[in-house]
Every structure is written in C-alpha cells, then in structure tokens.
Write a protein of this length. Structure first.
Length: 149
C-alpha cells in the first residue's frame, strides 16, 4: 500500500471580523505577482513553477485582503499538491461574473481538501463567490473561483 504525505505551509486563518468590508478595485495581476513571489521558494522545492497569466489591466471590485487570502490559498495548495508541474493562474470576465482559475498540470487536489480548505470556501462565500475543483488523472487540476459581477 502506498502512503501519501503532504507538507503544507501554514496558511493564514480567515476570520470575518466585521460585517462591513472594504470593497475597492483590486489590480489582480499585481496581487497575483505579489503572492506568486512569496511562493517561489515553495515552488522551487516542489520542482515546479508559477505563471501569472492575468491581464495587467484586469481589476476586480473586492475586499483585497479576502481576495488575497483566497487566491494565496489556492496557489499554495496547487503548489504543495504538485511536483515537477506548472501552476498557472488566469482571470476571465464572463457575463455572469469573474472567474479566477488556477491550473495545476501535475497533481490531484483531493489531499488538500481535507486540510482546512473549508476556510477558503467560507471566504469565497463571504464575497458572494464559490469554488469549483476539477481533477482529471494525467491532466492535473483546475480550481475556479467564481464571483458575481
């Protein structure tokens, strides 16, 4: 029997401290760049790399701290779940809202769902969004954060 052990760096805990949020236009490419740079050492240990495919002009009206918590956790989990993989993040505007997509070419995400992912889902819901995870053997994982426009 094979055993799977996964090291996961501690992620910040999401706690909603008040009912009022600070919703402002967030330059998503810049936010992803900042998060990406903090995860480069982890990606290197996993022999993986990260690509920011978010258009530089893309802005999303959101609470920047909540959005950073969610996107940071999605990136962290995608990197930790991979080895020798490409982790790509992109954003798409659709008529029903915005999708932030994290693609991982080399792993299944099932192991990280059990590691406190409910806090990330709660944070997404707090901003009116949801998270969808799609795994396909030998194709990797696609994690989508969808937020209404």
């Amino acid at each position: 029997m094979k055993s799977l052990s996964i090291f996961q760096q501690p992620a910040p805990v999401f706690t909603q401290t008040s009912t009022s949020t600070s919703v402002t236009p967030v330059p998503l490419h810049k936010l992803v760049d900042q998060l990406m740079h903090s995860f480069i050492p982890l990606a290197v240990t996993q022999h993986s790399f990260i690509i920011n495919s978010v258009d530089e002009s893309f802005q999303l009206n959101a609470d920047e701290q909540v959005l950073a918590f969610i996107v940071g956790n999605l990136l962290n989990n995608a990197i930790v779940s991979s080895h020798d993989a490409c982790v790509r993040i992109e954003a798409v505007k659709k008529s029903q809202g915005v999708q932030i997509i994290v693609r991982n070419s080399g792993a299944n995400f099932y192991s990280t769902v059990a590691h406190g992912f409910s806090q990330v889902v709660a944070a997404a819901r707090s901003m009116g969004g949801n998270i969808n995870i799609y795994n396909q053997k030998h194709e990797g994982t696609v994690i989508t954060l969808s937020v209404a426009a």
